[in-house]
Design a protein around this ligand. Structure first.
Ligand code: HEC
Length: 185
C-alpha cells in the first residue's frame, strides 16, 4: 500500500526560514504502523481496564474496605445495631451503672462535664457516631487525661456505657441515637 509519491520534492513554502526548506515525503510505514497500533492498543486497554478487569479506583477501594471490615470488625459487631451498639433499655441501664462507677468523677453525674468534656452537647472532639464513642472510651485519650477504658472494663461494659452516653446525648438533643456527624479530620 506504499503511496506512490516522488520522493524528496521540496514543498516550496513561501515562508522558508533561514534557508531551511521542507521535503514532502510520507511518513515511513513502520512509523505510521506504530502510530495506529498505539491508538488501537489504547482502546483495547481502556476496555480491558474498566470493563473486563475492572481495575477502577472505586473497585479497588471497595475491595480494600471489604478486607478491612473483615480484618477489623467494629467492636461488638453482630450484637445490637448496625454500628455494633446495643441500645436496648437494659443495656442503657447497665451502662448507667458503669458510668456512675467510672466516669462521673470527670464527666459529671449529669454528663455535663467537669474535668472531662460535656457529653450532652453536639460538640464531639473525637466524633459522636457510636463507633467513635466506643473507640474513644476503649482507647482513651491518654495525653488529655481520658483513660483507655477498654483494658479496664472490657468490651462489653464499654459497649454498655457507650449506649448510655449516646442515648443520653440523643435525648438531650432530641434526635435518634447515633444520628450524629462523623468526627472532624
Ligand atoms: C480522669 C478523668 C476522666 C474519666 C474518669 C473519664 N473521662 Fe472521658 N474524658 C476525659 C477527658 C479529659 C476527655 C477529653 C479528651 C480530649 O480532650 O481529647 C474525655 C473524653 C471523653 C469522650 C469523648 C468526648 C468527645 O467530645 O469526643 C467520651 C465519649 C468519654 N470521655 C467517655 C467516658 C466514659 C464513658 C468514661 C467512663 C468509663 C470516662 N469518659 C471516664 C476525662 C475522663
Amino acid at each position: 500500500m506504499r503511496r506512490k509519491v516522488e520522493r524528496d520534492q521540496i514543498l516550496g513554502h513561501e515562508d522558508e526560514a533561514d534557508g531551511i526548506q521542507e521535503y514532502d515525503n510520507p511518513l515511513p510505514d513502520w512509523w505510521l504502523g506504530l502510530f495506529w497500533l498505539t491508538i488501537i492498543w489504547s482502546f483495547a486497554y481502556l476496555v480491558h481496564y474498566h470493563f473486563i478487569a475492572d481495575r477502577s479506583p472505586e473497585a479497588a477501594l471497595a475491595q480494600e474496605l471489604a478486607e478491612a471490615q473483615e480484618r477489623w470488625p467494629a467492636p461488638g459487631e453482630g450484637e445490637g445495631t448496625e454500628a455494633g451498639l446495643t441500645l436496648t433499655a437494659e443495656a442503657v441501664a447497665e451502662g448507667e451503672g458503669v458510668f456512675q462507677t467510672y466516669c462521673v468523677a470527670c464527666h459529671g453525674a449529669d454528663l455535663m462535664g467537669g474535668i472531662g468534656p460535656n457529653l450532652l452537647d453536639d460538640e464531639w472532639i473525637h466524633g459522636g457516631r457510636p463507633e467513635d464513642v466506643i473507640n474513644t472510651i476503649t482507647n482513651g485519650v491518654p495525653d488529655k487525661g481520658m483513660v483507655p477504658w477498654g483494658p479496664v472494663i472490657g468490651p462489653e461494659q464499654v459497649n454498655r456505657v457507650a449506649a448510655y452516653v449516646i442515648s443520653k446525648n440523643a435525648e438531650a438533643l432530641g434526635r435518634e441515637p447515633g444520628a450524629v456527624p462523623p468526627p472532624p479530620e
